[in-house]
Design a protein around this ligand. Sequence first.
Ligand SMILES: [Mg+2]
Length: 715
Amino acid sequence: MSSSAASVASLSRRLEREKAARKQAETLLTEKSRALYDALTTSRSDKEKLELALWASQESYFEWHAEEDTFIIRSFGLRHKQLREVKQNAIALMRRVHADDLPQVQLGWSMAVNGESDDIELICRIRGVGGYQWTRARGKVLERDKTGTATYIVGMAKDKTREHHAEQSFQLMASAFSSSREPMLVLSTSLQITECNEAFRRLARLSDTETVEKLQLDCFLNNAQEPLQRINQTRQERFETELTTRDGQDIAVDVSLAIFETRHMSSSYLIATLRDISERKKNEQQLRVLANHDDLTGLKNRLGLRSALEELVEGQQHFVLSFIDLDGFKQINDIAGHELGDECLQIVARLLINTFPASAIVTRWGGDEFIIASTETDKTAFHQLNRQVIDTLESQTFKSGKTELTVSASIGIATYPADGDSIETIIQNADVAMYRAKTGGKGRVYEYHDGLTEHVKEQVSMLSDLRRTIRNRGLEFYLQGKYNVAGGLIGAELLCRWFSPLHGIVSPGVFIPLAEQHGLDMDIGLVALESACEYISMLETERISLPLSVNISANQLLSESFAEDAAAICAEHFVSPELVEIEITESIFIQDEAAAIKGLAALKAHGFIIALDDFGSGFSSLSYLRKFDFDVIKLDRSLVKEIDSSERARSLLNGIFKMLESLRLEVIIEGVDNSAYLPLLENIGINSYQGFLFEKPLPYDQFILKHTQGWRMIK
Ligand SMILES: [Mg+2]
């Protein structure tokens, strides 16, 4: 091989070596740069991640270099992911801290810088663009110099303004809850108590150590199942119930209950606000009592009776009811005054309470009317109890000065539902029965029966008809003559007659008692007296002087002004009272003896002739003859009956007449309707007669006509 060939080979080998080396170097270089590139990319991505994290958490990153005393603060805008970097020295930054927070910031910072702590945590207000912001800064000392003074600090800061406000308002709410004067509770949706305030503790009378947490609400409100069960659907409830305190008392409360969601709707809870309404309830109760009760007697009033009866009717309970109307109460009020009247009503109220079972509803219906309703007693027993009330009332007297007054009662009974299917009907029917008791003579108990209302309606209609007739001077006065033994006319009695277009001819036996029961007898008496005076003066124009007699009722005679009124009527008609005979019955003495004697004496003083009518009927206590000096005694028609056939009747009449004769009393006998009586009467010595045998009662015209033809006056 030549030398040139050898050098080519050596060059080629060198070239190959160099090529390989270059290739190796190239490869090495490529790997290095890839590593470098990778490292570069990774670090960029870490930084980006960091920045992304900062942006997402809205935190700022800060670092502090002691050498330059510079803070570098990096932060991101909320919307734009754009880095903001601020450099500021410590003094400038401190200037932005709120003066109130500055001391603690400076303290915390200097503790970190001077080596007492590596960690920094500060919460303070820092002035920003829109004013102060609550900022939380957390940092760490990373480097210190040889003296231990910090040279490099890094950390994060975050705007906590919203959280701070939220916390503040939460604290406010919490303090409002705990210090509220209204008792309040926070509850879970299963109504378990989680919180309660002081006011609730006081209301429920909890001891200082007692806890209510974990208790169910119905431990306190055990009568409110319904609204408590509803709350999860309705979400809001307000109701009144009772709270049972720890010491077992029940307090009326008003409860407002509402469901609230937490801010993120993640859970619900309830807030209950309670209000103690026991005072209000007490007042309401008192008002109810006042509204339902009578002031004077303390008994239930109409309203109270109605609601009590409604309860019975709703519960389909049977009851008996009595309507009580006092007899003679008006006189107590009129004579003795309202004070004694009120006292009388209170006594009656107590009597009723004591007589009837405790469960009975005792009511003052109004005025002197009472109503009793009882579910416990049957009709017979109830009737007896009512009878007992009358007996007790009649056994006591009310004293006003020297006057002793008594009251009685007329009572009507009706039963529910037998006598009516409504409260109104039962009360009405008992009232009708009471009316019947009253018109039947007072002081009695009457039970309602079918047809009674019609009967009473008839009576009421008759009464109003009678009232109208009296007002219109529609009553007529017939005359019946009185005769002597020779058949001569010696006087006449006025007898009242009523011809009603509605009720036909009504007998005095019917309408006179009706008038007396309703105080119309006084009017009839005055009209009778006026008619008598008119007749006397008309007779006088015929030149006949005839005494006429008028029947006067006890009520009339007992009225104080009667004697004066009677005298005034006579004077008006220019009639001498001596021509007017006042006929009264002994019933006047039964009512009030002293007043009767006084009234009679007054009449006599005016010159009236006083006759005792119907003598020999009724009680005929002879003591009246001792007490008052009557001018005439009219023997009752019953005494003349059968004297022609009965020796006994004749002897009795004879005895009575002899007694009256010995008292020098003028005697006339009524009911002479049989000519067989005349010789017998004459034989006894009775010389004055009245009766159908001589004359039936005649209208004035006929009477005049009869007596002016062949008139002869004998006296
Ligand atoms: Mg008479």
